[in-house]
Design a protein around this ligand. Structure first.
Ligand code: SF4
Ligand code: SF4
Length: 394
């Protein structure tokens, strides 16, 4: 048997092994270190003094992350997150980009996304992001009052002006960005106003994320009921349509329903049929199966202790949390399962039910209603698109 045949069977011969399927790995170059102190933060250890991933580990990681993807992968995406990943410093990302260029195989596109609170952005950061086509996610909770109530800095001061300054810089430099808004019971009545506030900033890509009941959130009195999640997202959907923003503003939660309905594939892990393809690596090389399951049961290994990324990625898919998503009885007979798939296992309550289930059902039922008469394939998508008013075709 020749070497190519052995590799095709995923048998490592030399160098770096390949994973059985493409995988994403979210990197936290400074772990949970952050300059803000969001009151609902799901990283309990964020108060630690940030330490940065060392350069040897960065180099090893970039080489392996590229080499461990299956041979047929044509795009490899690096996702940088924190805490606040800008605390790693601009030089860190310049070194990372140089390493990506060095290890990128011909014909493979390397892309980068980074999630930030926006408060540390400068012209220099934005120039780098523009030059290398980063997609930047900025966390912002709405107007000054809402942002400062939930996302103060570590001294308890306002973060609103600094975040807005960062967003303005991204716009001036033409950097692609989206706004990420955390949803909890405290903002559930304000969906339409919140939508107006964030779109008034010029944001065209929005994502609404349900509160994670981890870390500081429960002790801080935060909660999110299923009814409020459903009502909030339904109100966003209605506001989006009412304002004629279809095809102009992209609300990821809605766009993903459309995509999943017509292509049968979920663009995000929460509503994918299985978990296990979204690993996370801490700055010390600790690799976990998911950013929301940082515990011993979901710890896969320690990258700089010799574990190969391909082996860790394959192990993540085999863990029970990844396989059990929508096998629950209530999901099997649910009319929105096609776009819900049971949601995120990290949202399961002690009774085994997804605590956002009724909210998902309400939101997905409303978005799906006009889609259901179209076949779930490329032809259906074309038909549906042509039925939308021309000015608002998504
Ligand atoms: S546990 Fe939740 S966040 Fe993690 S991969 Fe699964 S769906 Fe995604
Ligand atoms: S709405 Fe509830 S029952 Fe239906 S698929 Fe989602 S989690 Fe399962």
């Amino acid at each position: 048997m020749n070497i190519d045949a052995l590799r095709a069977r995923q048998i490592p011969v030399s160098g770096v092994a390949r994973a059985a399927a493409p995988f994403h790995l979210l990197v936290k170059p400074v772990g949970a270190g952050c300059n803000l102190a969001c009151r609902y933060c799901y990283y309990p250890q964020r108060g630690d003094r940030p330490t940065r991933m060392d350069d040897a580990l960065l180099a090893q990681f970039i080489r392996q992350y590229i080499a461990a993807q299956p041979r047929y992968s044509r795009e490899i995406n690096f996702v940088w997150q924190g805490g606040e990943p800008l605390l790693a410093g601009i030089g860190f990302y310049k070194r990372a980009l140089a390493l990506q260029r060095r290890y990128a195989p011909p014909g493979v596109v390397i892309s980068n996304s980074l999630q930030t609170n926006g408060t540390l952005l400068t012209d220099a950061w934005c120039r780098l992001f523009r030059e290398h086509n980063f997609i930047i996610g900025v966390s912002l909770d709405g107007d000054r009052q809402t942002q400062d109530a939930h996302r103060p800095d570590r001294r308890g001061n306002s973060s609103y002006d600094a975040a807005l300054r960062g967003i303005a810089l991204l716009q001036q430099h033409g950097v692609a960005f989206n706004l990420l808004v955390v949803v909890h019971d405290g903002v559930a009545d304000a969906a339409a106003a919140l939508y107006d506030q964030v779109t008034a900033l010029g944001a065209r890509f929005l994502q609404f994320q349900p509160l994670m009941l981890e870390g500081d959130a429960p002790a801080g009195g935060y909660s999110l009921s299923a009814a409020n999640w459903g009502r909030f997202m339904r109100d966003i959907y209605r506001r989006w349509r009412q304002r004629g923003d279809v095809g102009r503003v992209f609300v990821m939660n809605i766009e993903h329903v459309y995509a999943q309905y017509f292509t049968q594939v979920s663009p995000d892990c929460v509503h994918a049929a299985r978990c296990g393809g979204n690993l996370v690596m801490e700055q010390d090389g600790g690799v976990y199966a998911c950013d929301h399951l940082i515990d011993e049961a979901h710890r896969l290994g320690r990258f700089n202790a010799g574990d190969e990324l391909a082996t860790l990625a394959d192990a993540a898919r085999a863990l029970p949390f990844g396989r059990r998503k929508s096998v629950r009885r209530e999901c099997q007979r649910c009319s929105v399962k096609m776009v819900c798939q049971g949601g995120c296992p990290a949202h399961l309550g002690p009774d085994g039910y997804n605590r956002l289930c009724a909210g998902y059902y309400a939101f997905f039922s409303e978005v799906l209603a006009p889609l259901r008469r179209y076949p779930r394939d490329a032809g259906g998508l074309a038909l549906w698109r042509s039925a939308q008013p021309e000015a608002s075709r998504p």
